[in-house]
Design a protein. Sequence first.
Length: 183
Amino acid sequence: MDKKADLLLRYPLSTPWIYNGTTVLHFGLGGAVVFLGYASAGWIAPLFGALYLAFAFGETYLLMPLRVCPHCVYYGLDGARCVSALNLWSRRIARPGNIAKFGRRAEGLFCPNNLYMASLILPIVAAIPALILRFLWPVLGMLLGLVGLLVFRFFVIFPRLGCLHCRAKFICPQAASMGVREL
């Protein structure tokens, strides 16, 4: 008989550290790719690097807790801590939402899921022209690091640490796309 994955009320503290550490490292490397990769463009590099960092951190640590987390089951559960622990931050800055609206996080072109994906993919895309215009070993190393962090997120964090054990996986479009609902 196959055992189903345990649904966690409170993820171990190591899980949010891994999730957020990977996220912060990804965004930091992304900003560094823009700063260093386009440094020869003068003031444009710091401007676009700062804009990317504001977008990435703002989308993940402000917009998600305001627009997505209030509708998640973890928001309303006493003593709960989700995979990112953003439910704890969301409780401080947002009013409770409606669990029935949680799936809307993946609806529309500029939905929270797509913006989050953009924050992860933009620096990878930005690194390629930077390397073509002016090859720098550190930029190549950062590009490889970004790809590695993205692969780690999609093949380890989401399916093994996060979505597999999430109490919202039965209504979450991300969990459906990961194929973890029946596990």
